[in-house]
Design a protein around this ligand. Structure first.
Ligand SMILES: Nc1ncnc2c1ncn2[C@@H]1O[C@H](COP(=O)(O)OP(=O)(O)OP(=O)(O)O)[C@@H](O)[C@H]1O
Ligand SMILES: [Mg+2]
Length: 286
C-alpha cells in the first residue's frame, strides 16, 4: 500500500533519514520502533508531506506521492494525527469533531444566504456522526465538555476521533502513549484494534511502550540511524542482535545489567529509551 524507497532527509549534515526502505501492508497495524533520534518522526513527516525528502520515493498503491502536500494526501485518505489546536480548546468535544470535514456548505457565503436548510441538515448530520464517533471511542459522556478540559489520554482519543470524521484509511500515530495512563492507553489500543478490524483502517504506530506495540502491532519495523534495521514480529525484533546493539549502543553481551537469559531484550529494556528524550526534541507533535 505504502512503499518507501531509499528515502533520505538530511538537515545540513544530520542524516535524520538515511536510506530508509520499507513497505506498509494494507490492513496492517505496523509498529515503528527505534532508539531516540532514529528518524521515526522525520520519516512520518516526509511520508505525510509535512517536509520534503532530500531524495527517494514514497508511493501509495503504486502512485508516486513523494512530496505531495498534506492537503492532497488527506484527500487520498492518508492522515497523520494532528494535535488539538489551541484555539479549539474552548470548544466542546463534539464541536471539535464537527470542525474536521472539509467542504461544508456552511463555509460558503452563497450557501449561507440561499441554502440555510441545507446547512441545518448538514450540521445535524455532522453532529450525529460526531456522536457516533464518541460512542465508538467510549467517550460519549464527554461530548459537551470543553476540549481544553480533557486529560492527555482523552485528547489522544479525540485525535483518533478526528480521523474517523473524515474516514481516513491510513493513519499515522506518533507516540500516542506518551504521558497517557495505562487505563486510557488500553482504551486507545481498543479503538485502534476495532478501527482496524471493523473498518479496515491501516495504522502505522510509533511508540516506545513495548507492551502497547506487542498488543497491537504486526509487523514491527525497527529503525536506527535513519535506516530500517529489522522487520518482523516483536519477538523476532527483540531477539535480533542488531536491534539490541542499536538500543544499547555497546551491545547486549557486554552489558552487565541486561537479562542473561539469552532470549533477547524484555519489553522493559526496549522501552527504556523513552526517558532519554531531551526537552529540545524536534518532534512536531505526538
Ligand atoms: N528540523 C530538524 N533540524 C535538524 N535536525 C533534525 C530536525 N528534525 C530532526 N532532526 C534530527 O534528526 C534525527 C532524527 O530525529 P527524529 O525526531 O526523527 O527521531 P525519532 O526517531 O522520532 O526520535 P524520538 O524517539 O526521540 O522521537 C535526530 O538526530 C534529530 O536531532
Ligand atoms: Mg519522534
Amino acid at each position: 500500500m505504502i512503499d518507501v524507497h531509499d528515502l533520505h532527509k538530511h538537515f545540513g549534515g544530520a542524516r535524520a533519514v538515511d536510506g530508509a526502505t520499507l513497505s506498509i501492508a494494507p490492513g496492517s497495524i505496523t509498529g515503528l520502533i527505534g532508539p531516540n533520534g532514529a528518524g521515526k518522526t522525520t520519516l512520518f513527516n516526509v511520508i505525510a508531506g509535512l517536509i520534503p525528502p532530500t531524495s527517494g520515493q514514497v508511493s501509495l498503491g503504486g502512485e508516486d506521492i513523494t512530496g505531495l502536500s498534506p492537503h492532497i494526501l488527506f484527500q487520498k485518505g492518508l492522515l497523520r494525527t494532528f494535535q488539538i489546536a489551541h484555539e479549539f480548546s474552548s470548544m466542546s468535544v463534539r464541536e471539535n469533531l464537527m470542525m474536521v470535514p472539509g467542504g461544508q456548505s456552511g463555509e460558503s457565503l452563497w450557501n449561507a444566504f440561499f441554502r440555510r436548510s441545507d446547512i441545518r441538515d448538514q450540521e445535524r448530520e455532522l453532529a450525529a456522526k460526531a456522536d457516533e464517533v464518541l460512542e465508538f471511542l467510549t467517550i460519549d459522556h464527554l461530548a459537551d465538555e470543553k476540549a481544553g478540559n480533557l486529560s492527555g489520554g482523552q485528547k489522544k482519543l479525540l485525535e483518533l476521533g478526528r480521523t474517523m470524521m473524515v474516514d481516513a484509511r491510513i493513519v499515522f500515530l506518533d507516540e500516542v502513549g506518551a504521558g497517557v495512563n495505562r487505563t486510557l492507553l488500553n482504551t486507545i489500543g481498543d479503538a485502534i484494534l476495532r478501527l482496524n478490524q471493523e473498518r479496515g483502517y491501516t495504522f502505522v504506530v510509533i511508540e516506545h511502550d513495548m507492551d502497547f506495540i506487542d498488543r497491537l502491532c504486526d509487523p514491527v519495523i525497527c529503525m536506527a540511524e535513519g535506516r530500517v534495521l529489522a522487520q518482523g514480529t516483536l519477538a523476532e525484533i527483540k531477539a535480533d542482535e542488531r536491534v539490541i546493539e542499536a538500543y544499547l549502543g555497546t551491545g547486549l553481551k557486554n552489558a552487565p545489567h541486561v537479562p542473561g537469559s539469552g532470549q533477547g531484550l524484555t519489553a522493559g529494556d526496549l522501552g527504556a529509551s523513552r526517558g532519554a528524550r531531551g526537552p529540545g526534541s524536534p518532534n512536531g507533535d505526538a
